[in-house]
Ligand binder design. Structure first.
Ligand SMILES: Nc1nc2c(ncn2[C@@H]2O[C@H](COP(=O)(O)OP(=O)(O)OP(=O)(O)O)[C@@H](O)[C@H]2O)c(=O)[nH]1
Length: 386
């Protein structure tokens, strides 16, 4: 395979692989580089005659096997079945075991393994929980305690009790600082996660306040106008049939006057619930202000809209006495207009409003449709009451 094709394949892989998986493989690659550097140092020590070559060679084979196993487990996707697909804990446990063994076979050069222990622990800072890191601390103390014991027991070349005590102290310091740093980083990450969660909730609330009516939970006028502009501004072939309806509760002032403002509020909520339950999921209902509401019916021919609005009117008349409290009954008058392609939302709403006036003038509790274009409607809509 030529270099250009290999490069192309690699860049394709980088572009198509999930970023989290790429990060896992990069981290595993970095750990592999560290192990390879460690193996080079150990083999250099052996070649320099400071220690026996065979144990170092066997150790190198074991380290390489571990690297290959981890790489295959991550690259094949197998590791994604695990709670931590980066396999941070197994990698750290294995690397520390290799490091402790290196300490016992490196002869007088065993001090070189200690900085490597510090680097291994750094990998845990972002990937391990505080509990896991405490486990690693205990495991490290046992592993390196055993390694120090083995060196002392074998009276290795260059074994100096004072030097071993210094090594032991260094190992304890490295393990304790690694654990301390991990707990600090974990606490900071937890704090950031909590803050992020709070910000998300605050943003959701701001969005709700900006787009919803506080009393009924329906969209507010401002948001409905945005929706209308977006929906009516879309061009479609053939043009879609869109109907806009204005709904106004009849004699609402009387409800407030006879039953109090709280009963009026409850009636508005009941009205919103009843109408929402009577329309389709795709229809959009908004509180326009006071006891006025606007309903957007997309992809709805006039005949179908008439049936739907009649259903809404009947549902309101039937449901109100039951849901809004004793004696609070009300009806709704509805005026609707078909949107003409290219017409501004305000114009269609004006025509729907004129139809609403006609419904009120004709005795309320009824649906009046204003079919056709703006020009046509001027003749078909009933005039407002004198
Ligand atoms: N309880 C309550 N009342 C409201 C709210 N917003 C507006 N109103 C009241 O709604 C009433 C509207 O009265 P009008 O505009 O005279 O209309 P109406 O009595 O429904 O008469 P028609 O529309 O002609 O059938 C007023 O008394 C407002 O105070 C609200 O949020 N809660």
């Amino acid at each position: 395979m030529d270099a250009r094709r290999a490069w192309q394949q690699w860049t394709d892989w980088v572009l198509t692989t999930d970023p989290a998986q790429r990060l896992r493989l990069s981290m595993a690659g970095l750990a592999a580089l560290l192990m390879v550097a460690c193996m080079l140092v150990m083999n250099g020590v052996a070649w320099a005659g400071l220690t026996a070559r065979t144990p170092v060679l066997v150790w190198s084979v074991l380290c390489s096997t571990g690297l290959v196993v981890v790489y295959v487990a991550i690259r094949s996707g197998w590791s994604q079945r695990c709670a931590d697909p980066s396999l941070t804990l197994p990698q750290i446990v294995y690397a520390m075991a290799c490091n402790a063994v290196a300490y016992t076979i490196a002869g007088p050069a065993r001090g070189v393994t200690l900085p490597i222990l510090a680097v291994i622990l750094m990998f845990g800072i972002f990937g391990l929980s505080t509990r896991q890191m405490l486990g690693v601390l205990v495991y490290g103390l046992v592993a390196f305690g055993t390694a120090l014991g083995v060196v002392a027991w074998r009276h290795e070349a260059g074994h100096e009790p004072a030097l071993e005590i210094a090594h032991a102290a260094m190992i304890v310091v490295v393990l304790l600082s690694g654990t301390f740093l991990t707990t600090r980083v974990q606490a900071t990450r937890q704090h950031l996660r909590r803050q992020k969660h709070e910000l998300t909730l605050a943003l959701e609330q701001i969005l709700r306040l900006a787009t919803r009516d506080a009393l009924t939970g329906l969209f507010n006028r401002r948001h409905m106008l945005e929706l209308l502009e977006r929906e009516l501004g879309r061009t479609a072939r053939p043009p879609r049939s869109i109907v806009l309806a204005q709904l106004d509760i009849d004699h609402f002032k009387a409800i407030n006057d006879q039953h109090g403002h709280a009963a009026g509020d409850k009636a508005l909520q009941t009205f919103a619930d009843v109408v929402s339950a009577s329309v389709r999921q795709s229809d959009v209902l908004a509180r326009w202000g006071g006891e006025e509401f606007v309903l957007l019916l997309c992809d709805t021919p006039l005949g179908e809209a008439q049936q739907l609005l009649e259903r809404v009117r009947t549902a309101v008349a039937q449901a109100a006495p039951r849901d809004a409290g004793d004696g609070v009954a009300f009806t709704v008058s509805i005026g609707a207009a078909v949107h003409t392609p290219g017409e501004a939302a305000e114009r269609t709403l004006e025509r729907a409003d004129r139809a609403l006036y006609a419904a009120k003038a004709a005795g309320r509790n009824r649906v009046v449709l204003c079919p056709g274009s703006a020009a046509e409607s001027a003749t078909t809509a009933a005039p407002p009451p004198a």
